[in-house]
Design a protein around this ligand. Sequence first.
Ligand code: PAZ
Length: 333
Amino acid sequence: MTKESRRISALMTLPAAEPDSYFEETAPPRTLSDLEDKVAKFIQIHRLIPGRKVVLVTSGGTTVPLETQTVRFLDNFSAGTRGATSAEYFLAAGYAVIFFHRQFSLQPYSRHYSHSTNCFLDFMDVNESGDLTVNHKYTSKMKQVLMQYRKAKEESLLLMINFTTVREYLFGLRSITRIMAPLRHNAMFYLAAAVSDFFIPENKMVEHKIQSSGGGLSLELEQVPKIIRPLVKEWAPEGFIISFKLETDPSLLSEKATKSLNTYGHQVVIGNILTTRKRIVTLFFRPEDAPGPLDIVMSDEELKQEQEIEMKIIPELVHCHDAWITKSQAFSN
Ligand code: PAZ
């Protein structure tokens, strides 16, 4: 195989495709209609409850397959901690939650015991009678988590839907937001997933496993369409929309977050830096909604006590969402 034939996509990084043409040119995932049925049933239940707010939480990273019969793919760092933790705080604040997450990433409640550093087996004992027990040091916290998990399940407050590839994410997000749109201002969209910015379109992907016998490999990727624009303008124009901006260079964060707000016109951008994301985030608002950005910071003491920054982020957003609902009601009266 020549070097040239081992290039598996276009030669230049192309500008992002328009979302409409992406959806026209890409086959939907096979699981999409099942996803739509589940979301529609969930929304039907919660629409009937006066004042019920529903939040879509996206969480974890997307994969970018390199072959249609996928052996290799590109991935990213996100474990889904932000999304899974936030979902718990939204549930505690009375929201119904659609948790749209990367398969096998952290999930609300089970996350407390699924970390490799926090394996559930370390919380168990076998007593003298040979029965399995929970070590007494952990029972109080475990009981609390279990009760919250059961409440969410029994009251049908949590719907879990998973994705793996960027294609599943994009199609799923479009369907979920469109189905949530009739909730109007009571719908919130909390887009914490780390979605790939680059991908290989289906028509440029090779079918079979790329062979290693030809030496090195060049990949040329195209830009994933910016779907926040149709989300804000078409799919759920009355929803309260929060996007995230992750950077590694702190000097870029404020400019890029502000640009995102100005370009798409949604309500909040949460800026965070990779290395400090559990200690500090900045909330950026539209000028008409707040005089300036808001830093949310965890003290050393709070972090030592294993408190989570989401305990401060979510109440702030709930407050903004309530103000947004009140304002919209005042307009419609
Ligand atoms: O999943 P995690 O808790 O490890 O990381 C959370 C995060 C950094 C992915 C999230 O806070 C975020 O910034 N998401 C958007 C990333 C982006 O596309 O800019």
